[in-house]
Design a protein around this ligand. Structure first.
Ligand code: SAM
Ligand code: DTB
Ligand code: SF4
Length: 330
């Protein structure tokens, strides 16, 4: 096997630019070889039995101007979701406190916006301060950000910004037409330049090909610095949305994608993200073996269901997994 494909040491990640054909070779390895290799990379960089736990809250739901074909919150599709205004700061902090008691160490606040309005920034900053004061990591996902908005969030002390590229550049316009792939990359660059840690990933099961999945991961791995956090979502089909009837992704292909993410981005937290309610425990176990080491906890995502504490506690017990401790300087 060429040396280039054999990289497992984290420090090599910085200089590496991945070539799609190399990534494809890895993706298509015999399954056992792929998983062995992903697990080897995983063990060189992380405690293999520790899983980071994040909790989501929708701080502004529905009525979104964007036309993302997968989303319950787009105003372009009759999904039946009731739109609401930005949540009160005190309520957000109270919900974060409950999430901390439930074991989450990172609180992710999501808004159904194309981008935040200036009039909303004071409340957003107050939410970051309030959640950080609980001793939790903060993450926000508010749509596109300008350099000034990114700087304001960095000044507030925001730890992570989530902004997914969702799929390959080629397939992007099949899923979203109200913004471009380049717009997405520009926000990621603004966030990175402001000094905020980046959370960026995508969705599987939207009708994309394996090449699209590989291309998406190569784009992420080849960013000037790879994202610290890489959420891999399995499409939750939303009745009324453009992708309501998309064919489900093959679970083995899903696990292959997780393994490739782990190999291309050895130091990143790979999150087994939306769609866990439709995965068997065995499929999730394979994803953890392939290098996933982060999940959303609690019974809700933004608008959709998530397995909930009791189920996850049982799964962690059966698999001998434990929550990942927070880094000391948070
Ligand atoms: N409006 C912001 C944005 O688009 O960046 C933040 C919220 S948006 C709901 C965050 C991410 O959730 C999307 O980029 C997408 O990857 C994921 N997501 C949304 N709906 C989903 C669904 N039905 N199934 C799986 N993932 C989904
Ligand atoms: C991400 O990649 N997945 C999360 C988070 N980032 C914001 C959102 C999943 C949303 C699932 C559908 C819903 O709850 O509406
Ligand atoms: Fe709006 Fe985000 Fe949903 Fe797209 S994914 S419709 S931007 S809330």
């Amino acid at each position: 096997m060429p040396g280039k494909l054999n990289r497992t040491v984290a420090t090599e990640q910085e200089s590496k630019r991945w070539i799609p054909s190399d990534a494809k070779t890895i993706y298509n390895l015999p399954f056992n070889d792929l998983l062995y290799r992903a697990q080897t990379v995983h063990r060189a960089n992380f405690d293999p039995n520790a899983v980071q736990m994040s909790r989501l809250l929708s701080i502004k739901t529905g009525g979104c101007a964007e036309d993302c074909g997968y989303c319950s919150q787009s105003a372009h599709y009759p999904t039946g979701l009731k739109a609401s205004k930005l949540m009160e700061v005190e309520r957000v902090i109270a919900e974060a406190r409950k999430a901390k008691e439930g074991g989450a160490t990172r609180y992710c606040m999501g808004a159904a916006w194309r981008s935040p309005k200036d009039r909303d920034m004071d409340a957003i900053v107050a939410m970051v301060h309030g959640v950080k004061a609980l001793g939790m990591e903060t993450c926000m996902t508010l749509g596109m950000l300008s350099p000034d908005q990114s700087a304001a969030l960095a000044d507030a002390g925001l730890d992570y910004y989530n902004h997914n590229i969702d799929t390959s550049e080629r397939f992007y316009s099949e899923i979203i037409t109200t913004r471009t792939f380049a717009d997405r990359l520009e926000t990621l660059s603004n966030v990175r330049d402001a000094g905020i840690k980046v959370c960026a990933g995508g969705i599987l099961g939207m009708g994309e090909t394996a090449d699209d999945r590989i291309s998406m991961l190569v784009t992420l791995a080849n960013l000037p610095s790879p994202p610290e956090s890489v959420p891999i979502n399995m499409l939750i089909p939303i009745p009324g949305s453009k992708l309501a009837d998309a064919a489900p992704v093959d679970p083995i292909e899903f696990v292959r994608t997780i393994a490739l993410a782990r190999i291309l981005m050895p130091q990143s937290h790979v999150r087994l993200s939306a769609g866990r309610t439709e995965m068997t425990d065995e499929m999730q176990a394979l994803c953890f073996f392939a290098g996933a080491n982060s999940i959303f906890v609690g019974d809700a995502l933004l608008t959709a269901d998530n397995p909930g504490e009791d189920h996850d506690a049982g799964l962690f017990r059966r698999l001998g997994l434990k929550p990942m401790a927070l880094e000391p300087n948070t």
